[in-house]
Ligand binder design. Structure first.
Ligand code: CA
Ligand code: CA
Length: 231
């Protein structure tokens, strides 16, 4: 009996290695049907390990077949930040102050990419880009998902930290706004160039970077099982 309980605890501990959270959005909650669903966020997944964090957009449409969608993550990771804008100068802001912006595109094959931009207290800076070969910065696309991964060190994040964030879909125009918001189950905007603010009167998402169980921790649990077995 005790052994079974310890075994269950061990399994639960191992399951915890895949740290992450899923955030579901409403379906069809955008003002336009342009793109046949590629602008419609179904859900977002956030995962982290000891060295990197990943954001996955799941879309209603086929983003491999229709490849002009832009997908952006705005993040409040620390005090201060930009309350008026974002790393791409689009009509999107964050009420609590944006510090990080992962802006990417699903333009097809080698044309997929993502930029890591950060607020330095006065302006947005380009801190990494897939087209510059930034180590650890990647974009992976399937027919209906696009995933950005970035090193924690490159965005100033650490395990145990809690971030506020939202993810958006948009079009190819530089003035296109937050056509769908992952946090907001209602229409975020009613026109391509409308402004949108994450947080404030709108919802925002939260994620805590979970520590990964270290090798020592797993050995400790295994050792406990072995000790129980010897009794
Ligand atoms: Ca949606
Ligand atoms: Ca939404």
């Amino acid at each position: 009996m005790t052994r079974n309980l310890i075994a269950a605890a061990l399994v639960a501990g191992l399951a915890g290695v895949a740290n992450g959270a899923t955030y579901n959005d409403a379906i069809g909650d955008e003002f336009t049907g342009a793109g046949g669903g590629i602008l419609d966020i179904v859900s977002m997944d956030v995962t982290n390990d000891a060295s990197s964090i990943s954001f996955t957009f799941t879309l209603s449409g086929d983003i491999a077949a229709t490849n002009w969608g832009k997908y952006m993550v705005i993040i409040d990771s620390t005090a201060g930040g930009d309350t008026a804008g974002n790393g791409w100068g689009r009509p999107i802001s964050m009420a609590s102050g944006a510090d990080l912006w992962l802006g990417g595109w699903a333009d097809g094959g080698a044309g997929d990419g993502v930029e890591n931009r950060g607020w330095d207290g006065a302006a947005w800076q380009l801190n990494g880009a897939t087209y510059n070969g930034t180590p650890g910065l990647t974009v992976v696309k399937t027919t209906n998902t696009i995933t950005y991964s970035v090193l924690l060190a490159d965005v100033g994040l650490s395990v145990g930290q809690t971030i506020l964030f939202d993810g958006f879909s948009s079009g190819g125009g530089g003035g296109d706004g937050a056509i769908d918001s992952a946090a907001n189950p209602d229409f975020s905007v009613f026109g391509w160039g409308d402004a949108y603010t994450a947080g404030g009167s709108n919802p925002v998402l939260s994620y805590t970077l979970v520590p990964t169980p270290g090798a020592a921790g797993l050995v400790g649990v295994a050792g406990l099982v072995a000790m129980r077995r010897r009794r």
